[in-house]
Write a protein that binds this ligand. Structure first.
Ligand code: 8YV
Length: 315
């Protein structure tokens, strides 16, 4: 008999895997009253398929008394109920590493775009403004200083990209990492003071909430740029808007926001920001690799009792 899985939302590349042939998958998002469905059918499901974006809320978890495994599409764990799952012995899988390159590429794309103002220049050409005069000079990227908040798996790939641009790299983590060749700054403020570009790639969640504060932005300074490809919650968005309005920093490249998909109107009106719709991992290749890993985690769990890539605290 096939294991019964509940799938929270449509995750397109999962259709190109064997998920539906190997499992009996029920699409929760098609239910008009998901809570009522859970009350009636919750006990039937042993697996839950979701994404880093949608996660699993505690009420859903409580309605699934026979749940054994959660398989999440994404590396972020801030929307997953890790403590409650671990207390009930539910295994939680996620998709680290396969998205490192594309997220690092996006971080670098934002560094380039916000400094060289390519997106704004594209708008300039389309408006016909080139016929009226030259586009203003921008800021050089090569050879500059790149500060990384969160030198983890993705941060280290960003650092490698930076070396190709002859940039000097320093980082701030909770603790220094003795195995990396980059200088450690003991505080985020000192990293921001040193950096021309501050790139945020740390994990989201309560421990990193609003780490990028108005003090950090002031330390980055009027010639500094902020790039965020991690979670909107890591940056105090109100302080960021204020810093951009005051010219306290030069610009920002953002893929993530505090309340996605809502982007504050004030940011929409600013020419010195580049705004992306949380697309860092969104390439055919990477999203397929993530979907494959969601399936591999389920297969591995149901055949061996162990995930291929389990969230560390939960395994
Ligand atoms: C995706 C992400 O946007 O992996 C993450 O944590 O934020 C992204 O890769 C997300 O998983 C898609 O729902």
């Amino acid at each position: 008999m096939k294991h019964k899985l509940l799938q929270h939302a449509e995750i397109p590349p999962l259709r190109d895997t064997e998920l539906h042939t190997r499992y009996d998958v029920h699409p929760l998002w098609k239910e008009s009253d998901p809570q009522a469905f859970l009350v009636e059918h919750g006990p039937a499901f042993s697996g839950y398929v979701t994404s880093a974006r949608f996660g699993v809320d505690e009420a859903t978890l409580a309605a699934l008394p026979n749940l054994k495994v959660i398989s999440s599409f994404g590396v972020g764990t801030d929307t997953l109920p890790l403590e409650a799952a671990s207390a009930r012995g539910i295994a939680v899988g996620y998709t680290p590493d396969v998205l490192n390159d594309c997220v690092a590429d996006t971080a670098f794309g934002l560094v380039m775009d916000v400094a060289r103002r390519f997106s704004a220049a594209d708008r300039f050409v389309r408006r016909g403004d080139w016929l009226k005069g030259q586009y203003p000079l921008a800021t050089r990227v090569s050879g500059k200083r790149l500060g990384i908040l969160g030198l983890g798996r993705i941060g280290q790939v960003v650092a490698r990209r930076a070396s190709g641009f002859d940039m000097e790299v320093r980082y701030h983590n909770r603790r220094p990492n003795p195995s990396v060749p980059y200088a450690y700054e003991a505080t985020l403020e000192s990293l921001a003071r040193w950096a021309d570009f501050l790139v945020v790639v740390s994990a989201g969640g309560p421990e990193t909430r609003n780490l990028v504060s108005s003090d950090v932005l002031r330390a980055l300074g009027p010639k500094g740029y902020l790039v965020n490809v991690s979670r909107g919650s890591v940056v105090d968005e109100g302080a960021l808007i204020q810093a951009l309005q005051d010219g306290a920093i030069a610009g920002a490249g953002l893929d993530v926001y505090a309340d996605e998909p809502r982007v504050p109107d004030k940011l929409l009106g600013m020419e010195q920001v580049v705004l992306l719709p949380h697309l860092a991992s969104a390439t055919h290749e990477t999203r397929q690799a993530m979907a494959d890993l969601v399936l591999e985690n389920l297969d591995s769990y149901f055949s061996t009792g162990k995930l291929r890539t389990g969230v560390p605290a939960s395994t």
